[in-house]
Design a protein around this ligand. Structure first.
Ligand code: NAG
Ligand code: NAG
Length: 219
């Protein structure tokens, strides 16, 4: 289970910072964000999205295991750490919550309104965007593939729940599955021993886990 979590953390955890040094960059210039702006924070492979509500508040949809275990509102309100996030993804526990810019960005730089150029629809008015975002605050089912933080902000800002990342992720997984089948064919043509050893390699294990994980998330 632990290597699996490490594999997952490669996908979700910000490359900029560990849980330990989260203090470092908490000074974001509030004047550069307007109510209803779509905020984007790059993580290792995925991008995390949120809607700015004004007054240093960001509504964002994020996986979190903690509410499954405790009703302690104070503990849940603290910043979602990487471990909470990853376990939330695995168990599909998530919610729309409101955090400060610092807690939302988790040490990364914040990009603003970048999807405006990607989406064929114009954004709704800033107030309407923020109202939609606020209305959905609370617990929610999370499926990495079918409903994620990107669907949430796209619905709020443009009125359509779509995810470009899901599309890209599916394409990447398909590529991994194909290359894995190729590897098996090669091994079969070689020796049975090679097949046995090959199935033990880390890459193979990782690919198997990723496929199993994808099937679980897609359900
Ligand atoms: C975080 O900040 C607090 C107070 O600002 C400080 O006491 C603490 O040592 C800092 N933690 C780290 C890891 O720098
Ligand atoms: C984001 O888009 C809105 C229009 O919906 C615009 O008013 C605002 O100035 C933009 N914010 C930034 C920082 O460009």
């Amino acid at each position: 289970m632990i290597p699996f979590l490490q594999l997952l953390s490669l996908f979700f955890v910000t490359s900029k910072m560990d849980d330990e040094d989260k203090n470092k960059s908490t000074d974001y210039d509030l004047s550069s964000y307007k109510r209803g702006d779509l905020l984007e924070v790059p993580r290792t492979l995925f991008t995390h999205f949120g809607i700015y509500l004004g007054n240093n508040r960001v509504a964002h949809f994020i996986p979190d295991i903690l509410p499954v275990f405790t009703k302690n509102a104070e503990a849940v309100a603290k910043m979602v750490t990487n471990n909470r996030l990853i376990l939330g993804v695995v168990t599909k526990a998530a919610s729309v919550r409101v955090d400060t810019l610092g807690d939302f960005a988790y040490g990364s730089e914040i990009l603003v309104n970048r999807t405006d150029g990607l989406c064929s629809r114009p954004p709704l008015g800033g107030d309407e965007v923020a109202r939609r975002a606020e209305k959905l605050v609370g617990p929610c089912d999370y499926s990495l593939l079918w409903y994620n933080c990107e669907h949430y902000v796209m619905y709020c800002r443009y009125g359509v729940a779509i995810s470009y990342q899901t599309y890209q992720f599916c394409t990447a997984v398909r590529r991994i599955i194909c290359s894995r089948m190729n590897a098996y064919l090669t091994a079969l043509c070689g020796m049975g021993v090679m097949l046995y050893l090959g199935s033990l390699t880390l890459l193979n294990t990782a690919a198997t886990l990723l496929v199993a994980f994808t099937l679980w998330m897609a359900s």
